[in-house]
Every structure is written in structure tokens, then in C-alpha cells.
Design a protein around this ligand. Structure first.
Ligand SMILES: [Zn+2]
Length: 164
């Protein structure tokens, strides 16, 4: 998903991103945003030994928000700078996306065809807890990635104010 930003200079473009960014935390804003949601369904089949988790399916919804410059910048240098910024931001958001994909794959592997020696009511609770724990762990990865990279700034997702 994209949102339009406008401006002929770095300063104007930055202001437009600040006004339109989908992600805000107090006074700070982030030009890109990746949102994901993970859910799982499976059948609980009672067995002699306990419970079998069968027909597992994992659903991942991934939404990446990125800015699109809807106006021609005033110089070729600024056009290049925008492209560089956009590609870096896109790469940073893709890392969040990879985290989410990894979570989905891990979850599917964990619950697919899983045989337990506890009753299905208990197995259901265990599977739900495992899902929740995984979601929390991936959220922590996302937070850590943003802390380490200053929301992608150290990966180049920041507009150079000296470009004219
Ligand atoms: Zn980020």
C-alpha cells in the first residue's frame, strides 16, 4: 500500500511525509510501516494416546505502507536521492515482512500433524499459547530491528538534507 507525498525539496518532502505517514509515535513519525497478523486453524482429533493436530493452516496478512512521491522534484539529484531513499525504506520494511513470514512458517511446522499425549482440550490451549508466544517473539524482533537501525535510518532510509 502506498500513500502520496508532495514537495520539490527535501524539506518539503519530509514535511509531507510527517503529515501523511501512517505510523506515528508521539512526535516522531515513520515513513514506512509493516503490519502483520498471524492466525492458525487446525482440527483436534482425539487419539488413544492423546490428541492429534491435523489439517493445520496458517494465515498471514501482511501490509506494507510506503510513500510515493506524487510530484516531480526540482532536480535530477533530488530524484535520485528519493529513489535511493525509497529503495532503502522498501528493503527495511521487507525485513519486517521476512520476520512475519518466518513466524508463519515456524508456526505451521510446530502445529502440523503434531501428536500430543494430552487431551484435545489441553492440546488446544498449548497450541494457542505457542502461537501467542511466537507472535510476541516476532514482535520483539521487529522492535529490536527498529531500535538497531533507527527505523531503517542506518540502512539508508533517510533523506539527505543537503541534496538540492
Ligand atoms: Zn521498521
Amino acid at each position: 500500500m502506498t500513500y502520496p507525498v508532495y514537495g520539490e525539496t527535501v524539506e518539503e518532502i519530509k514535511r509531507s511525509i510527517a503529515d501523511n505517514a501512517p505510523s506515528r509515535n508521539g512526535n516522531s513519525y515513520y515513513a514506512g510501516l509493516t503490519k502483520w497478523n498471524l492466525a492458525a486453524t487446525y482440527d483436534l482429533i482425539p487419539t488413544h494416546q492423546g490428541c492429534l493436530l491435523d489439517n493445520a493452516e496458517v494465515y498471514l496478512t501482511l501490509r506494507i505502507h510506503l510513500p510515493v512521491l506524487a510530484q516531480k522534484p526540482r532536480s535530477a539529484a533530488l530524484e535520485r536521492e528519493w529513489r535511493r531513499f525509497f529503495n532503502s525504506l522498501n528493503a527495511h520494511e521487507a525485513l519486517h515482512g521476512q520476520n512475519a513470514h518466518r513466524a508463519a512458517t515456524t508456526l505451521l511446522a510446530k502445529i502440523s500433524g503434531k501428536r500430543t499425549d494430552v487431551p484435545c482440550s489441553r492440546a488446544k490451549l498449548i497450541a494457542e499459547q505457542a502461537t501467542q508466544t511466537l507472535i510476541e517473539r516476532i514482535s520483539a524482533y521487529d522492535k529490536d530491528l527498529d531500535a538497531r537501525t533507527h527505523h531503517g535510518a542506518t540502512q539508508g532510509a533517510i533523506l539527505n538534507p543537503s541534496v538540492q
